[in-house]
Design a protein around this ligand. Structure first.
Ligand code: DGJ
Length: 748
C-alpha cells in the first residue's frame, strides 16, 4: 500500500493546491472520488470544520453551491459559530447535537452521561490500494484497482477522534466506506449507534427497494416511497436474517431494470443491522446503513479503537440491472477471497431432503453409490452423523456441539466411510466421487455433552430463561475459548477424513444476550473462526447456510464463495427468491438444488426440466433427493441436465447476469447470462401458468453486441444483436403450466 503525498491540515485548507491521485482529488477542502460513471464529492465547511455532502451520482466536474434553505424557523436556527443550522446542511458524518435534528451516523455516550459529539476535520491522506479492516470482512484491491481517502476528525470536547475511510473502485462505480473511533481520553465511552455509510442526498423523489422475507420465503422485493420521516428496516436477530437483508436500493420512481438512476447500499456484516433513509422537512434524504442501535452500546476504553463494519455503495445510471452487475463484479473480484470464486463448482447430491437426519453408514453408502452412477461428482452428508448416546443426533433435539461421528452410525469412524465414498467412480467421468459434510458449529443442544460441561458458553442474560429455538441454544462466539473450541473441533473433523466441501449451517437467531454489545463481539468472534478455518483449509469448498438464506450477506461472502439460498426448493418460489437475491449478490454465490416432486413444502408438481433450469442459474448446482425415488422420465433427463450444467456453469461463475422479466411482474419471467468473452449468451425463459390470453410478450435480450450476428438453438440462420434486443424472440410456449426453455446465442 502506497501513501501518496496528499497530507493536509485544517490550517492549510484555504491555500492547498489540488492533489490528484487517479480516482481521488483532494483540492484544499474539497474531496472528489471518481469512477467510470460516478462522482462522489464532499467538502469541509471552512467555518465549522464539518464534512458537507455535495454529490453522489453521475459524473460531475465542478463544485456547485448547495441548495438555499431558509434559516428561519424553530428547527433551523444559526449555530454558535455562525454557520447555518446543521439541520439545513447535507452532512457526511452527522453526530448528535449542534442543531441537527436528524438521525446521527455516530452516537457516542460519554463518561459524564452526555451524548453530544462535535467531530471536525483535522487532516486527510490518500493511499493507493485499500487497508484491510482488522477483524472484519471487507472489500480488497491493489494499487490501480482501488484508491482510499482517509479523513481524520477530532472532537475537542471529548478527546475522541474518528477516521473515515472511503475507497473508490472506479471500474464498478463503487465506494466502500467504514470508520474508526478512537478514545483518546481517560474514561470509557460507549458507541450507541454507528452507521458505516452515511450521506445526505438532495431533495430527490426516491423509492426504497429492500429484500424482505422469512424462512423459505427470502428476498422478496418490497418498494416504498422515501417519505418524510424514517423509511427503513432492521434486523434484531443477531444475524443479517431472513426477514430483512442488509441491502437496499434507492431509485428514481421511473427507474427500470435497464434505465434510470439507482443507488445500491450493502453492509459487509453478518450481525444485526439498521438501514434508514430519513427525509427531513427540506426534503434532503439522509442515508444510514450500519449497526442496529439495539445491539450496540459497544464499550471503548481509554486508548482503544472501535472499527465499524464496511458498507458498499454503488451508483448506476443504467437501472437496477446496472447496479446489480456492479455489485456482482465487485464482489467476485474484490470481496470473495476464496480460491474457488472463479472455479466451476462440482455438481453435487445432498442427503437432506432425501433422507433427513435418519441416516447411517449403509443408507448413505447406497445414496453415494447412486450419486456416482448418475454422474454426479460430490456427495454431501447433511445433518445426523454426529453425537454419542444419550445425545446422538437422531433428530433435531440432541447432539449439536458434540462434533464426533456417532459410533452407532459410523462404527469405524468417518475416515474409512469417506474412503468408501471416494472409491466410487463417477459415471462418464475420470473422477472418483468426492465427499462433503454438514456442520452447525455455532450451536449447542442442551442435550449434549458440551452443554453439560459448559453451560456458561451459551448466549444468555443472567438468570433469564434461555429461549430455545429448534431445541438449540447459540454458543457465545464472543468468547475466545468458544472460538478455539470450534476451530479445534472442526479441524479435527477435517483432519480425520478426505473432505472437499463443508456446508456451515446456523439454524436460529439470538435472543438473550449478556449486553447489547454481545452481538458485535459474537460477529467478530465468528469471523475469527471463519478466517482461521478457511485460511487453514483453503482447498475446501465452504458453503454458508442459515436455515436456507438467513445469512445471505456480503460478510459471509468474504469467507465462503457460496451460500444455500433457501430451504424452499420449489422451483417456482425459488425463481422469485433467486432473482431477489441477485439484486445484490452474484449468481455464482448461490447454491441451488433440484428436489423431488411433489415439493415437500408446498406440494407443487413441476417438471424436472423447469426445476433444473431454475437451479442451473446458480454457481453451485446439485440435487437434493433420493435417486431411488426418481421416475423413469426424471432419470432419463439427468444426462442432458448434466451436459447443460457443464456448458452453463463457467458462464454463471464468471459471466454477466441480466434480469429480463421478474416472476412477480409477468407470467413469462426470464433471465440471461453473457459469457465473460461476450461470445455466448444463455437465456432461461419460463412460463408460469397456462393462459389462453394475452399472448406472451417477445423475449427481448440484453447485453448483446448490437451489430454482431448470432446463431441459436431457438431459430434458424442468424439474427443481429439489435434484432434480439429490440425486437426479441417469440417463443413457442405450449398451453401448460410451468414450462421452461434455455435459449443459447452464439456470436458469429
Ligand atoms: C437447515 C438447512 O437450511 C437445511 O438445508 C438442512 O441442512 C437442515 N438445516 C439440517 O438440519
Amino acid at each position: 500500500m502506497r501513501s501518496i503525498n496528499c497530507l493536509s491540515h485544517l490550517s492549510l485548507i484555504a491555500g492547498l493546491a489540488a492533489c490528484v491521485n487517479g480516482d481521488i482529488t483532494a483540492s484544499g477542502s474539497n474531496f472528489s472520488l471518481s469512477g467510470a460513471g460516478v462522482s462522489y464529492r464532499f467538502h469541509v465547511d471552512p467555518r465549522s470544520g464539518d464534512l458537507i455532502s455535495d454529490h453522489f451520482g453521475g459524473p460531475i466536474d465542478d463544485f456547485t453551491d448547495p441548495a438555499t434553505i431558509s434559516n428561519s424557523g424553530w428547527s433551523t436556527g444559526l449555530d454558535n459559530v455562525g454557520t447555518p443550522g446543521l439541520t439545513n446542511i447535507r452532512r457526511e458524518f452527522p453526530d448528535i447535537g449542534r442543531s441537527d435534528f436528524r438521525l446521527p451516523a455516530i452516537h457516542i455516550s460519554h463518561a459524564n452521561g452526555d451524548t453530544v459529539s462535535a467531530f471536525t476535520y483535522q487532516s486527510h491522506e490518500v493511499v493507493q490500494g485499500k487497508p484491510s479492516l482488522i477483524g472484519l470482512p471487507a472489500t480488497f484491491g491493489k494499487e490501480g484497482e482501488v484508491t482510499t481517502l482517509i479523513v481524520r476528525l477530532y472532537d475537542n470536547y471529548s478527546d475522541v477522534s474518528a477516521a473515515l475511510s472511503y475507497s473508490v473502485f472506479p471500474e464498478y462505480n463503487a465506494i466502500a466506506r467504514s470508520f474508526q473511533i478512537t478514545n483518546n481520553g481517560t474514561n470509557n465511552i460507549s458507541i450507541e449507534r454507528a452507521a458505516s455509510f452515511s450521506t445526505d442526498l438532495p431533495n430527490l423523489d426516491l423509492k426504497m427497494l429492500e429484500l424482505q422475507g422469512d424462512w423459505s420465503h427470502e428476498a422478496n422485493r418490497v418498494i416504498r416511497n422515501v417519505d418524510f420521516g424514517e423509511t427503513g428496516f432492521r434486523s434484531t436477530e443477531g444475524y443479517s436474517s431472513h426477514v430483512h437483508n442488509p441491502f437496499f436500493a434507492l431509485h428514481d420512481p421511473t427507474t427500470t431494470e435497464t434505465t434510470g438512476e439507482a443507488w445500491g447500499f450493502n453492509l459487509v456484516y453478518t450481525g444485526s443491522f439498521a438501514a434508514t433513509a430519513e427525509r427531513f422537512s427540506h426534503g434532503f434524504v439522509r442515508v444510514l446503513l450500519g449497526l442496529n442501535p439495539l445491539h450496540a452500546s459497544i464499550p471503548v476504553g481509554p486508548g482503544r479503537t472501535f472499527q465499524s463494519p464496511e458498507a458498499v455503495a454503488v451508483y448506476s445510471s443504467h437501472g437496477l440491472g446496472g447496479m446489480s452487475r456492479s455489485f456482482h463484479d465487485l464482489y467476485r473480484k474484490h470481496l470473495s477471497r476464496s480460491n474457488h470464486t472463479f472455479e466451476t463448482r462440482p455438481i453435487l447430491l445432498n442427503s437432506w431432503e432425501g433422507l433427513g437426519a435418519n441416516i447411517n453408514e449403509s443408507s448413505l453408502e447406497n445414496l453415494a453409490q447412486e450419486t456416482a452412477e448418475l454422474g454426479i461428482k460430490l456427495f454431501v452428508m447433511d445433518d445426523g452423523w454426529f453425537g454419542t448416546a444419550p445425545y446422538a443426533r437422531t433428530n433435531d433435539t440432541a447432539g449439536l456441539g458434540d462434533w464426533t461421528p456417532n459410533p452407532a452410525r459410523f462404527p469405524n469412524g468417518l475416515g474409512p466411510y469417506v474412503d468408501t465414498v471416494d472409491s466410487y467412480s463417477v459415471a462418464n467421468s475420470t473422477n472418483d466421487l468426492a465427499f462433503g459434510i454438514w456442520i452447525e458449529p455455532e450451536m449447542v443442544n442442551p442435550n449434549s455433552t458440551l452443554y453439560h460441561e459448559h453451560p456458561e458458553w451459551v448466549m444468555h442474560a443472567g438468570n433469564h430463561v434461555r429461549t430455545l429455538t429448534r431445541t438449540q441454544l447459540v454458543l457465545n462466539l464472543g468468547l475466545p475459548e468458544v472460538q478455539d473450541y470450534i476451530i479445534n473441533a472442526i479441524s479435527n473433523i477435517i483432519d480425520s477424513a478426505n473432505i472437499s466441501y463443508i456446508k456451515w449451517d446456523n439454524n436460529r437467531g439470538i435472543h438473550e444476550m449478556s449486553s447489547p454489545a454481545a452481538d458485535y463481539a459474537y460477529t467478530l468472534g465468528m469471523y475469527r473462526v471463519m478466517d482461521n478455518l478457511t485460511g487453514s483449509y483453503p482447498e475446501i469448498l465452504w458453503e454458508g447456510c442459515a436455515s436456507g438464506g438467513g445469512r445471505f450477506d456480503a460478510g459471509i461472502l468474504h469467507y465462503y464463495p457460496q451460500s444455500w439460498t433457501s430451504d424452499n426448493t420449489d422451483a417456482s418460489d425459488r425463481l422469485t427468491i433467486q432473482l431477489g437475491t441477485s439484486l445484490a449478490y452474484p449468481l455464482s454465490s448461490m447454491a441451488c438444488h433440484v428436489s423431488k416432486v411433489p415439493n415437500g413444502l408446498n406440494m407443487r408438481n413441476i417438471s424436472i426440466e423447469y426445476r433444473a433450469h431454475v437451479a442451473l442459474m446458480c454457481g453451485s448446482f446439485g440435487f437434493e433427493l433420493n435417486p431411488s425415488e426418481l421416475s423413469d422420465e426424471e432419470r432419463s433427463a439427468i444426462p442432458s441436465i448434466l451436459s447443460t450444467w457443464e456448458k452453463i456453469n463457467p458462464i454463471v461463475i464468471s459471466g454477466s447476469f441480466y434480469r429480463i422479466a421478474w416472476p412477480g411482474d409477468t407470467n413469462w419471467p426470464a433471465v440471461q447470462f453473457v459469457s465473460e468473452d461476450t461470445n455466448t449468451a444463455a437465456v432461461f425463459a419460463f412460463q408460469q401458468g397456462a393462459i389462453i390470453k394475452p399472448a406472451a410478450p417477445p423475449l427481448r435480450m440484453q447485453g448483446l453486441n448490437a451489430t454482431a450476428r448470432y446463431t441459436s438453438n431457438a431459430f434458424n440462420g442468424t439474427l443481429s444483436g439489435n434484432t434480439l434486443m429490440n425486437g426479441g424472440l417469440n417463443l413457442p410456449w405450449k398451453l401448460a403450466d410451468y414450462q421452461s426453455m434455455l435459449v443459447w446465442l452464439y456470436k458469429e
